[in-house]
Ligand binder design. Structure first.
Ligand code: GAL
Length: 411
């Protein structure tokens, strides 16, 4: 067989022709398209850490301990998460919030644990928490200081901080927005995203810019969750208003990236038992992070009953990952609903008013085909109702309380 020999023409004319073809106008748009595709892929992979397939679950120090957090509290909380059985139910992240570091960096420019409150250092704490089968989270800020102003932020120190966190074995970073340089979060937060991606350890990235720049619209490229609201306080009005602000962005939540209406206040004493049940039910269907905010080492039985409700947790952790919406409200009576895996639907009937009243969920409102016959499971009574339901379901609901059902088609 004869081999084709290359001539001078092959070497000069063919590349020239290719050059002309590539840059002639019909091809320019195609090559631009390709470039934008590449850009898109790059943007999508800005946070390809594989975390947050379901909303994060765990504990955070802030709502109960504020700046009084120390390593003993963190260790005891890790122990308590295991001994109460909460860890087994999915509460695995043990997250230290603000105030954990010295005000000054080391001579190498590194953050260092506060010598009085975290004398053993963060690495030792991470080792301890890991030995319990749990994960350790930490907190920093896209500014010069954190919100307490008691420790430095990570602005302009993103790479060294991300590396330090990875070296210590940190699994989660909450990133706040205080004392920044005035530039937009959309400029400052992705710098930490990139630094985390380079640090060589998958670190869940929780954005906390309080919903200022509608992070639901850009957060999925940058973090695994994003706060949609300012800080929650331990009262009914604050709690339901966080749920409302968060609901607006329901369409943006999905596996890998979740709306965050702030951490749980259940067990901190400012609401009634029924109000805390509403808190947990709404956070569950909203696919919100379930981050316990009370003192787990001294947890009361009725708090445990709420936080350890397996059926409600399963709704939050459902693999479909679709956030429920407030599909209808009339005055103080509300119907929240969303789809679950297995053609099931979850509904929460909330009574925000002062008196006990019946609330009706109509199939047309919760997007079930009319005539569908369903069985209804009451997730707070742990009972499947004996009768089946068609076209609607009505339940009497106390003041500042809710009913929560999973509807499963039987026809
Ligand atoms: C706030 C943040 C709170 C808590 C606090 C710590 O900005 O929203 O969740 O982290 O800072 O100072």
């Amino acid at each position: 067989m004869k081999m084709k020999r290359f001539s001078a023409c092959d070497f000069f004319v063919i590349p020239l022709l290719l050059f002309i073809i590539c840059f002639s106008s019909p091809f320019i748009s195609a090559s631009r398209l390709l470039q934008s595709d590449i850009h898109e892929v790059h943007r999508r992979s800005l946070l390809a850490n594989g975390l947050g397939a379901t909303p994060q679950m765990g504990w955070n120090s802030w709502n109960h301990f504020n700046c009084m957090v120390n390593e003993t509290i963190v260790r005891q909380t890790a122990d308590a998460l295991v001994s109460t059985g909460l860890a087994k139910l999915g509460y695995r992240y043990v997250n230290i919030d603000d105030c954990w570091a010295e005000l000054n960096r080391t001579s190498e420019g590194k953050l260092i644990g506060n010598k009085v409150t975290f004398p053993s250092g963060i690495k030792a704490l991470a080792d301890y928490v890991h030995s319990k089968g749990l994960k350790l989270g930490i907190y920093s800020d896209a500014g010069f200081y954190t919100c307490s102003k008691r420790m430095p932020g990570s602005l302009h120190h993103e790479e060294i901080d991300a590396k330090t966190f990875a070296e210590w074995g940190i699994d989660y970073l909450k990133y706040d927005n205080c004392y920044n340089d005035g530039s937009k979060p959309t400029v400052r937060y992705p710098v930490m995203t990139r630094a985390l991606m380079k640090a060589g350890r998958p670190i869940f990235f929780s954005l906390c810019e309080w919903g200022d720049m509608h992070p639901a619209t850009w957060g999925a490229h940058v973090g695994n969750s994003w706060r949609t609201t300012g800080d929650i306080t331990d009262d009914w009005k604050s709690m339901v208003s966080r749920a409302d602000m968060n609901e607006v962005f329901a369409d943006y939540a999905r596996p890998g990236g979740w709306n965050d209406p702030d951490m749980l206040e259940i067990g901190n004493g400012g609401m009634t038992h029924n109000e805390y049940v509403v808190h947990f039910s709404l956070w569950s269907v909203s696919k919100a992070p379930l981050l316990i905010g009370c003192d787990v080492s001294n947890i009361a039985k009725d708090t445990m009953e709420i936080l350890a409700n397996k059926e409600v947790i399963q709704v939050n952790q459902d693999p479909l990952g679709v956030q429920a919406k407030k599909v209808r409200y009339e005055g103080d009576l509300e119907i929240w609903a969303g789809p679950l895996s297995g053609y099931r639907t979850v509904i929460v009937l909330v009574n925000r008013g002062p008196t006990r009243l019946p609330i009706t969920a109509l199939w047309e409102d919760i997007e079930l085909p009319v005539d569908t016959v369903v069985k209804a499971r009451d997730l707070w009574k742990h009972k499947t109702l004996s009768k089946s339901f068609k076209n609607q379901l009505t339940a009497e609901t106390d003041s500042h309380a809710c009913k929560m059902f999973i509807l499963t088609p039987i026809s």
